[in-house]
Ligand binder design. Structure first.
Ligand code: ADP
Length: 263
């Protein structure tokens, strides 16, 4: 029954997502169609044809990304885990968020020394972080501080209250935190926050899928998600993701002598 309920929720979520995706997809198709039509009518100018063809290729890959999003949610099997450099990830996120959150929100990044690479699908992880940041922005009403941070954390069996509660296996993790200075959640909201379709936002503004998808992503990536929140104190969402297996030990770098130029 549990599995059937989860399946039903997934189907329902798909229905909701389908509307947004159909819209995105239609934009992409229009770009493909328009580009192809122009190529057909203007095949005499090779430079222009090339530019238009590149535009079509670009639009098609955006289309593929849209369907990938849909498939990930439908089948939950399309994650491509790769080692992700944490400082690089959070610096890139800061840039994205600075441009999307509005000038009233200060974005801070704190990466502890020696945080190893984590193992996850980077594109999906960025989408999750953008969604969490959008929640933080909504909670802060346009002004406040958003802090993205990362530390390396070893989880031992039955060790660490939060990690234990999140059901993490023993192992090495990178813990990413996204903390806001917003309104926070009361206990009943916190208890339901990661349920699919649970939202306290006005109709049309919330889907109730952001945290559900973030949690699904963490769990599929062999990690976990926890939330700490209290009214008036803000919210911290923590994502544990496994440390990437270390690279095979590379042979000592061989510094090639610059060869004298033969002439
Ligand atoms: P949505 O944002 O579409 O409502 P989510 O699953 O992302 O869906 O969030 C569910 C609910 O959890 C929100 O409606 C809000 O009540 C609460 N919530 C999520 N993130 C935060 C946050 N950073 N601060 C306060 N409340 C939050």
């Amino acid at each position: 029954a549990q599995a059937r309920l989860a399946q039903a929720q997934r189907m329902e979520a798909l229905g909701q997502l389908a509307g947004g995706i159909a819209h995105d997809f239609n934009n992409v198709l229009q770009a493909v169609q328009g580009g192809a039509r122009l190529i057909a009518s203007d095949a005499a100018d090779p430079g222009r044809v090339r530019r238009l063809a590149l535009m079509v290729v670009d639009a098609a890959s955006r289309g593929a990304a849209v369907t990938r999003r849909l498939l990930t949610f439908a089948r939950r099997a399309d994650l491509r885990a790769e080692p992700v450099d944490v400082a690089d990830l959070l610096t890139a996120m800061r840039e994205i968020l600075r441009h999307t959150l509005g000038s009233g929100i200060e974005v801070r990044v704190q990466v502890a020394p020696n945080v190893p690479a984590l193992l996850a699908d980077r594109g999906q992880l960025e989408t999750v972080l953008v969604n969490l940041a959008a929640n933080a922005r909504d909670a802060m009403g346009g002004a406040g501080v958003l802090t993205l941070s990362a530390i390396h954390e070893a989880v031992a069996n039955g060790n660490g209250a939060a990690a234990g509660a999140a059901g993490l296996k023993a192992g090495a993790y990178v813990r990413l935190s996204i903390a806001d200075t917003g309104v926070g959640m009361d206990a009943p909201t916190l208890a339901r926050a990661t349920e699919p379709f649970f939202t306290t936002k006005p109709r049309g503004q919330g889907t109730g899928l952001g945290l559900a998808m973030a949690r699904g992503f963490a769990e599929q990536s062999a990690g976990a998600l926890t939330i700490e929140s209290a009214p008036g104190f803000g919210t911290t969402v923590r994502l544990w993701l496994p440390v990437a297996p270390s690279e095979p030990v590379a042979p000592a770098p061989h510094v090639a002598e610059p060869r004298p130029q033969a002439d």
